[in-house]
Design a protein around this ligand. Structure first.
Ligand code: NAD
Length: 432
């Protein structure tokens, strides 16, 4: 099939290359000229395991193309996936849909024969109705169909998640388009993905409901971790004991820093805004948002306690600054709040992240990027394990850190408290 992905970011690029790998002809379009030029040279704009090889292979096979020419790419394609950003509005909690509606306006002049237009971006319920309205102002409804097909991939596992999804959700009542999409997704369905055909509005809401539920799970276990810290119980035991119940499940039930990234923070805010618009109070999700916002402040308080309120002039090392492992995505990472706050209190912060130096910290005085783990931790008073990269799982701290009284605050519970005690390392974890 001939596909066009509009927006070549984490979702558009990954799903585009995976569709190409399944034998489709895919044009990935982006308005960012540099991004497209780089992709044509084989330079991948994001860090995602396995992505580079797959892009290079499919680009070489000419199944994958890159372009900045939206109109031409749309007119050559049968199925158009809208994969642009839907960030939080500058003022307020709702989703900013300007990128989506701009695309809808741009593509309508390129539709002269039947096309399926799909929102893969996460969009509030009724956005599909609006897109249909915008396009039908210029084009007959007979030659296009607007469908919701939300994407559930996770950064860091994106290729695996796209290729082996739990489900493919298609929101349309149009039988012809549904048949075409079922055909497109057949290689994934035959590997075990469940195919869910529902209404467009339901598909839009399924995505938000799923993200809000996962954010709730994380927040739930994070709050229980706070209790565990006070009653000499290890949260890891609670996670295991709860997670083995198949009704609950162990995933997203690990205590740690506030959830971050480009999805959960913005999507929880957007769903409560949508519900408010329809005079429905999603009070559980509202509490989750507040609890998560407080989480970083709470962990900062714990840092103060660990350092006995003496933060000034302390050398603090952050191992990992991205919101999760295996991605370079800094959007809404809790490190963005914690590091500047510690600097304000007079600390010196050294950080190492396997995906390199971050623009977000370049202009902050007394924040320094180290090129490897050894140079990052060797002079530290306090080492904060912020992101759960495999690189941080077997560090010989005693051999590397010069300061004999160094402390570790493991926000991901990577290490065993018992082992650290045996090694006589001053070690703190979350929820124990
Ligand atoms: P992103 O910011 O990485 O990529 C969006 C891209 O769209 C950018 O490269 C931008 O230049 C491009 N763009 C914007 N307007 C354009 C236009 N008019 N023409 C061409 N290109 C245009 O965003 P992302 O993380 O890929 O997320 C995209 C959507 O998918 C969001 O709605 C997000 O919520 C959703 N989503 C993201 C993830 C994830 O893990 N990142 C997972 C599932 C769903």
């Amino acid at each position: 099939m001939k596909l066009c992905m509009i927006g070549t970011g984490y979702v558009g690029l990954v799903s585009g290359v995976c569709f190409a790998d399944l034998g489709n002809d895919v044009i990935c379009v982006d308005r960012n000229i540099k991004k497209v030029d780089n992709l044509k040279k084989g330079i991948i704009p994001i860090y995602e395991p396995g992505l580079e090889e797959l892009v290079l292979k499919n680009y070489k096979n000419k199944r994958l193309m890159f372009s900045t020419n939206l109109k031409k790419s749309v007119s050559k394609s049968d199925i158009i996936f809208i994969c642009v950003g839907t960030p939080t509005k500058k003022n307020g909690y709702g989703a900013d849909l300007s990128q989506i509606y701009n695309v809808a306006k741009e593509i309508r002049s390129s539709i002269s024969k039947f096309k399926i237009i799909i929102t893969k971006s996460t969009v509030p319920v009724t956005t599909g109705d609006q897109i249909e309205k915008i396009i039908s102002q210029k084009i007959s409804k007979k030659i296009f169909s607007v469908i919701s097909n939300p994407e559930f991939l996770r950064e860091g596992e994106a290729i695996r998640d796209f290729t082996y999804p739990d489900r493919v959700v298609i929101g349309t009542k149009d039988k012809k388009s549904n048949k075409i999409l079922k055909n497109l997704y057949t290689p994934l369905i035959s590997k075990g993905a469940k195919y869910v055909n529902t209404s467009r509005r339901a598909a839009e809401l399924i995505k938000y409901a799923s993200n809000a539920f996962l954010a709730t799970k994380i927040t739930f276990i994070n709050e229980l971790a706070n209790l565990c810290e006070k009653i000499d119980v290890n949260i890891e035991d609670i996670s295991i004991g709860m997670g083995l119940d198949k009704r609950i499940g162990g995933r997203f039930l690990r205590a740690g820093p506030a959830y971050g990234g480009s999805c959960f923070p913005k999507d929880t805010k957007a769903i409560v805004t949508t519900a408010d618009k329809y005079k429905t109070n999603l009070s559980v999700i509202k509490s989750v948002i507040v609890s998560n916002q407080n989480r970083s402040l709470l962990l900062l308080k714990r840092v103060e306690v660990i350092l006995k309120n003496k933060i000034k002039n302390k050398k603090i090392c952050f191992l990992g600054v991205t919101f999760k492992a295996n991605t370079d995505d800094m959007r809404d990472s809790s490190s963005l709040l914690m590091i500047p706050s510690l600097i304000k209190k007079g600390a010196f912060v050294n950080y190492f992240d396997p995906t390199g130096e971050k623009n977000e910290f370049k202009k902050i005085k007394n924040v320094n990027f180290s090129k490897n783990i050894v140079s990052a931790i060797k002079d530290s008073d306090l080492i904060i394990i912020h992101t759960e990269w495999n690189d941080f799982k077997s560090i010989n701290f005693k051999k590397i850190v010069k300061n004999k009284n160094f402390i570790i605050f493991d926000m991901r519970n990577i290490y065993s408290s018992k082992k650290m005690k045996e090694l006589k390392i001053n070690y703190f974890a979350v929820g124990c």
